[in-house]
Design a protein around this ligand. Structure first.
Ligand code: GRF
Length: 213
């Protein structure tokens, strides 16, 4: 049985999607947040999952916080660390410690729009597709070998909120599937890229909206 540790900062809907999907051969060993008020912590605790909150504001430096976070994670002997809406910039040492076994989900089609306000920026640029990306975490923010991507059409009249809501639905399908593939050993990083196994599509396109919609 492989151990997954999930890091959150807020509501944790991606964490919930992974827990509810159930990953064959793995269990969510712990959910850890950098904000004690992260709503997802209570949800996980109600389901008997170990939880911890490490308030980053209580640490003197990024290094000190990351060291404490690593200790909390390692107590659960993780095979995979999953960042699910974890809103902290991580130190290089931390990212190196979990290299090849730490994933993130980002609400854009990377390498477009790393950082914040992705949906707003996609709309400003007149993008016709928007989406989400699961990638292995490297020291560079929202960078690293791409595991899977999902795309939605940008619709007339979309607002950052309406687009975010459609992308989030796709995130909830994409992330559990990416985690499943990792746990099943279907993913290999070759020359800095994730090689897709035979027949394993690593992208999702939400259905085209009907012209009458
Ligand atoms: C998601 O859109 C995720 O892609 C981004 O932050 C949001 C977190 O949502 N990194 P949740 O906490 O998983 O509900």
């Amino acid at each position: 049985m492989k151990n997954i540790v999930i890091l959150i900062s807020g509501r944790g809907s991606n964490m919930q999607a992974i827990v509810e999907a159930g990953i064959p051969g793995a269990r969510v060993a712990a959910v850890i947040a950098n904000r004690p008020d992260a709503a997802g912590l209570a949800w996980a605790a109600e389901r008997g999952i170990a939880t911890a909150a490490l308030d980053h504001k209580a640490y003197a430096s990024r290094e000190a916080f990351d060291a404490a976070l690593a200790a909390a994670i390692d107590a659960h002997q993780p095979d995979l660390v999953v960042l699910a809406g974890f809103m902290r910039i991580l130190t290089e040492g931390f990212t190196r410690r979990y290299e090849g076994r730490m994933m993130n989900i980002h609400p854009s089609l990377l390498p477009a729009f790393p950082g914040l306000h992705t949906h707003e920026r996609a709309l400003e640029m007149g993008c016709k597709l928007a989406g989400c990306t699961v990638h292995f975490v490297t020291a560079e923010l929202d960078h690293g070998p791409i595991v899977a991507q999902g795309a939605v059409n940008v619709l007339d009249g979309d607002t950052p909120d309406s687009l975010a809501a459609r992308v989030l639905k796709l995130e909830h399908q994409l992330y559990p599937e990416a985690v499943r593939r990792f746990v099943a050993g279907e993913i290999a990083v070759v020359d800095g890229k994730v090689a897709a196994g035979p027949g394993a599509a690593a992208s999702l396109l939400s259905p085209l909206p009907s012209s009458k919609a």
